[in-house]
Design a protein around this ligand. Structure first.
Ligand SMILES: [Zn+2]
Length: 262
């Protein structure tokens, strides 16, 4: 009799703990150290521990990133992160099963549910981009960075941000820039985990550059970018961004909120 009573209690406890922490199907790693965007900046810039890097791209069916976006992201990361054993891109078609608008919490939860491993695994650093169907809860947003290792890019919103026929920038160019921009946030830009000696953060758009020739320019992730940026979209970090990264790596610029320090 006592055993018959005990089993349901255990089940109820399991269900309770599941609803409190969220149920992760492949909970093979701890996800309590998500950090903030920029929290793994030093892990990327330095090769003292993480000598290789994997960028995991999980995309809904029909939402695979452009090859040009993948190539550009890899190039930009190679230019600033010291990874002697290479940077690899891992594409995985993923059914997020989500309809309706995404919140930052949705992005975090879905990302951690589908991560292949802990972002800090051995000597490899894992960063992740989701390419889901649907849009963000704020329609003006083309991409978001939600924690130290996770971004999401909203292709549907990027398609809509493209101007009429033959106009520039087109959706592919926008995706190129937005993807690099969001990974720029994972690199701590601008002023997310440090304070730049140069005044290049846009006062009205914290965490962004005031230089429209930087990929970290605030309008790059906005659906109105076509109206704000005339001419070529920036797809590279400017000198102030690059100097900030170099200063953090050399120790000249103090860095906060790091999940790993050399
Ligand atoms: Zn941004």
């Amino acid at each position: 009799m006592a055993q018959l009573i005990r089993i349901p209690v255990v089940l109820i406890l399991l269900m309770l703990s599941c609803s409190l922490s969220g149920c992760f199907g492949n909970n093979i790693f701890t996800e309590d150290k998500k950090g903030i965007p920029g929290g793994l900046t030093m892990a990327c810039l330095s090769s003292a521990k993480y000598t290789s890097m994997v960028v995991e791209i999980d995309h809904d069916s029909g939402y695979m990133p452009e090859q040009s976006s993948i190539d550009l992201l890899k190039t930009r990361l190679q230019e600033v992160c010291d990874k002697p054993n290479g940077i690899e891109i891992m594409l995985t078609e993923t059914d997020f099963g989500q309809s309706g608008a995404w919140t930052a919490d949705d992005v975090r939860q879905q990302a951690w549910q589908h991560k292949s491993t802990d972002p800090q695994t051995g000597s490899t650093l894992y960063w992740q981009a989701l390419f889901p169907s649907g849009g963000y809860s704020n329609n003006d947003v083309l991409g978001v960075a939600v924690d130290a290792s996770t971004v999401a890019i909203f292709k549907d919103a990027i398609e809509e941000a493209e101007g009429p026929f033959f106009s520039r920038p087109n959706a592919e160019e926008i995706e190129n820039s937005v993807l690099v921009h969001e990974f720029g946030h994972l690199l701590g830009l601008v002023n997310l985990v440090y304070t730049s000696p140069v005044d290049h953060e846009d006062k009205e758009h914290p965490g962004h550059s005031n230089n429209e020739e930087s990929v970290m320019y605030w309008a790059v992730e906005s659906a109105n970018l076509g109206n704000i940026i005339t001419g070529q979209l920036p797809d590279d970090f400017d000198n102030d961004d690059l100097n900030d990264l170099a200063g953090m790596l050399s120790g000249e610029i103090p860095v906060s909120d790091q999940l790993w320090l050399p």
